[in-house]
Each structure stands twice: as C-alpha cells, then as structure tokens.
Ligand binder design. Structure first.
Ligand code: NAP
Length: 245
C-alpha cells in the first residue's frame, strides 16, 4: 500500500542517522523525498542511495540559516510544486553540566534544535496552508519531557519544540494540517556513539526493553503521524523502550 503516493516529504538532517531512516521509511510509503542536510557529502550520498527506490532530490541546507532554508523550499517547489510532509529532524548536542555550560553551547543548541523549527516551518506552512493539507512532525527527545543530566540546553530546546508543536497544531487545524512530535529515547546513531562505551552501558541498564532504539524504530513513529493519523494532532509520542514509564 502506498499511503504517501504523489506526496512530497522534506526531512531535515537526513544525510545520516535518524533522518536518513525517516526518509527511507517515508519513501517506502511512496513519498517523493527531499534529502536535506548541512553536510553536503552525506546529503549527496544518501540521496544517491535512495534514488534507487524512488524519486529523490538532494538539497544541502543549514537549518539555522533563513536564506539557505528559503533556497531549499524554492528548489522543492520548482521540482514538485507541493510539500506534504515536513520532518524537523536536524539537531545537535553540546552537553555540559549547568555550572560549566557556556553561552556558546547554550545558543548553538537553541539555534539548531529549536529556532530552526520556527525558521523551516514558516515557509513550508505557507505552502501547506494553500494546499489545505499537510503533516508536520518534529523530532523532540525524552530529554525535553523529563530533563537529563548535562543537557540543560538540549532539554530546553526540545521542551520548546514540544510547545511549538502543540501551538502549530492549534493554529493550523482549521486547514487540516497536523503537527505532532516524536520523542526518541536512546537511539543508536553517530550522535550517541560519541558518548562512549561506558556511558552507553549505563543507559542500557535503565531501558526495560534492554536495547538501544534503532533509527527505524523512530522512523515507524514518524510514518504513523505522516501517513496514518489524520485525526491525531498536538501529541508527543515517546519512543524509548520503556525508559521513564
Ligand atoms: P546525527 O546522527 O548527528 O544526525 C544529525 C544530522 O543532522 C547530521 O547529518 C548533521 O550533520 C545534521 N545537522 C546538524 N546540524 C545541522 C544544521 N544546522 N542544518 C542541517 N543539518 C544539520 O543525529 P541523530 O541521532 O540522527 O539525531 C536526529 C534527531 O533526533 C536530532 O534532532 C536529535 O536531537 C534527535 N534525537 C536523537 C536521539 C538519539 O539517541 N540519537 C535521541 C533523542 C532525540 P553533521 O554530520 O554535519 O553534523
């Protein structure tokens, strides 16, 4: 079944990790895919890989830069003339305990993980509003719901993203545009590989399902919101293997 046939989906930060798995999963539902990432090489490689199974374009884009975002949206509109799904996935970590947290680390995470969603969603919602349809899916984090040691910047950004998600849901419901968030727990990607073996072991001890999540676990939740949930809006779905139940 191709639930997303003829639909166009943009996934930010989709050169690797969770974003790449989301792009592949949306493609398997029939969507045309926009691979977008600050890392031009990853962007190109992933789009070449996915173009074997469907229509894909690669548009390098820095989600903190309004001009770069406008260029991306213009490129998508020129190619396909519509946008049906936006996944605000690009994100970074700059961890430190609050007492050592620098303003630079704070601001980088707020800019990349929160203000980016405001900047990318703005031009996309103009398009979706005219279409009177659309799906926004924001990739938050369990940290944004529960907090986490060493991540006050990341927790604040992801909590802000959840508030943003719920407000967009209210403001755009009359146009049949839904806005939801997926909050991943501890997922096996280059982002978490950077934590090192010892830290990974400690996290694993706290996860009832006994394993890290996979990017595909997160992608399945995104596909649910994008393709199977027309009556679900303003919600946050935690995908965390039972952590924090
Ligand atoms: P990842 O492996 O680091 O991939 C993120 C991708 O986004 C990278 O390709 C990265 O490019 C790109 N990116 C970084 N800054 C960008 C910018 N300004 N503009 C456009 N692209 C940018 O991370 P991930 O683990 O897949 O995480 C994806 C999302 O899930 C993030 O929002 C993250 O906060 C969230 N999340 C992850 C976990 C987890 O356990 N992994 C848990 C909860 C939430 P570079 O390679 O150049 O950095």
């Amino acid at each position: 079944m191709s639930k997303l046939a003829d639909k166009v989906a943009i996934v930010t930060g989709s050169g690797r990790g969770i974003g790449k798995a989301i792009a592949a999963a949306l493609q398997s539902e029939g969507a045309k895919i926009v691979i977008s990432d600050i890392n031009e090489e990853a962007c190109k490689e992933t789009s070449e890989e996915l173009s074997k199974s469907g229509e894909v374009i690669a548009v390098a884009c820095n989600v903190t830069d309004t001009a770069s975002i406008e260029k991306m949206v213009a490129a998508v509109m020129e190619k396909w003339g519509r946008i049906d799904v936006l996944v605000n996935n690009a994100g970074i970590t700059r961890d430190d305990l609050f007492m050592r947290m620098s303003e630079d680390k704070w601001q980088a995470v707020i800019d990349t993980n929160l203000t980016s969603a405001f900047k990318v969603t703005k031009p996309v919602l103009k398009v979706m509003s005219k279409q009177r349809s659309g799906r926004i899916v924001n990739i938050a984090s369990t940290t944004g719901v529960h907090g986490n040691f060493g991540q006050c910047n990341y927790a604040a950004a992801k909590a802000g993203l959840i508030g943003f998600t719920k407000t967009i849901a209210l403001e755009y419901a009359s146009r049949q545009i839904t806005s939801n968030a997926v909050a991943p727990g501890f997922i096996d990607t280059p982002m978490t590989a950077a934590l090192g073996e010892e830290n990974i072991k400690k996290y694993l001890e706290r996860i009832p399902l006994g394993r890290m999540g996979t990017p595909e676990d997160i992608a399945a939740a995104v596909v649910f919101f994008a393709a199977y949930a027309p009556y679900v809006t303003g919600t946050v779905l935690e995908v965390n293997g039972g952590l924090y139940t």
